[in-house]
Ligand binder design. Structure first.
Ligand SMILES: C[S@@+](CC[C@H](N)C(=O)[O-])C[C@H]1O[C@@H](n2cnc3c(N)ncnc32)[C@H](O)[C@@H]1O
Length: 264
């Protein structure tokens, strides 16, 4: 029996959904014209890559290209980054060595790390980039509510339109377990191009060593690329590109923070 074809079942489940994702998100889901409002972030000539548009991330039909993803994502992320997702994000930010003036958050999603970066460096110009206009709309909503000025842009992490040497800091949080390996590597190459000399990259994501032994977890969260991500090593990707002072720390139960610098 399909749940979405059964209005009675749906109305019974609503309080539970409200508890899981929060009443505010449920209201946003119901009341916002997502198609129309998120259009603002969609560039006319933007082509969604097949590796992205063909997958149902987290078991959601259509992946990130619909309104269910942004209203449920923060609740999913809390479970996917135990024991305390916000602390892990703050831990990643605490590895930042200098006072960045220009910060880019690639694959920013609903902006959870982007907002924390802006709060940590209020003087910095902060840009969040994501493929999904729906996720960007949610990120903008959260930033407006927190009274933070952040630019939100649709784009591909592996091929942005920014000029080279534009950023002091690039953050990549929970993106690489959701992209094919060659796209993750291309994204890091793009980071190298975009960073100023001396610039820093911080990568927060799943603990690759641990995920190699937890297939059930990957299946639970319906992650199409996590297995190939877990088989690789972010440190080696960075080293191959020339990044220096690379360091990975294992944090929380199943996460890791990797940092490196563009020093030629
Ligand atoms: C698991 S979410 C992580 C979101 C956010 N960084 C966080 O820490 O919660 C992955 C996000 O990356 C975006 N994404 C996936 N592939 C991308 C790509 N090639 N370029 C830009 N964004 C991408 C998705 O739309 C999604 O919002």
């Amino acid at each position: 029996m399909a749940i979405d074809n059964n209005p009675l079942l749906l109305s019974c489940l609503r309080p539970l959904v409200g508890l899981l994702i929060g009443q505010e998100n449920l209201r946003l889901y119901d009341n916002l014209d997502w198609e129309q409002t998120s259009n603002r972030f969609s560039a006319n000539d933007f082509t969604y890559p097949e590796y992205y548009s063909s997958k149902n991330f987290h078991g959601i039909q259509g992946g990130y290209l619909n309104s269910i993803a942004p209203v449920t994502y923060d609740a999913v992320a809390r479970f996917a980054a135990p024991p305390n997702e916000t602390k892990l994000r703050q831990q990643a930010i605490s590895t930042i060595k200098n006072q960045p003036q220009r910060i880019l958050d690639l694959g920013c999603g609903t902006g959870s790390s982007t907002l924390l970066l802006k709060q940590a460096f209020p003087e910095a110009e902060v840009i969040g980039l994501d493929i999904s206009p729906y996720m960007l709309l949610m990120a903008e909503y959260k930033a407006t509510k927190a009274n933070l000025t952040i630019s939100w842009q649709q784009g591909l992490a592996e091929a942005t339109n920014f000029p080279e040497s534009e950023f002091d800091l690039i953050s990549v949080a929970f993106l690489f377990h959701e992209t094919p390996v060659h796209i993750s590597q291309a994204t890091l190459q793009e980071c190298w191009r975009l960073l100023k000399p001396g610039g820093q990259i911080i990568i927060l994501d799943g603990n690759q060593k641990r995920l190699r032994h937890t297939d059930w977890l990957i299946e639970l969260f319906h992650e199409p690329y996590s297995q190939v991500y877990a088989a690789e090593c972010v440190d080696i990707w960075l080293k191959d590109l020339g990044f220096k002072q690379i360091k990975t720390s294992y944090v929380g139960w199943i996460s890791q923070i990797t940092t490196g610098f563009k020093i030629e």
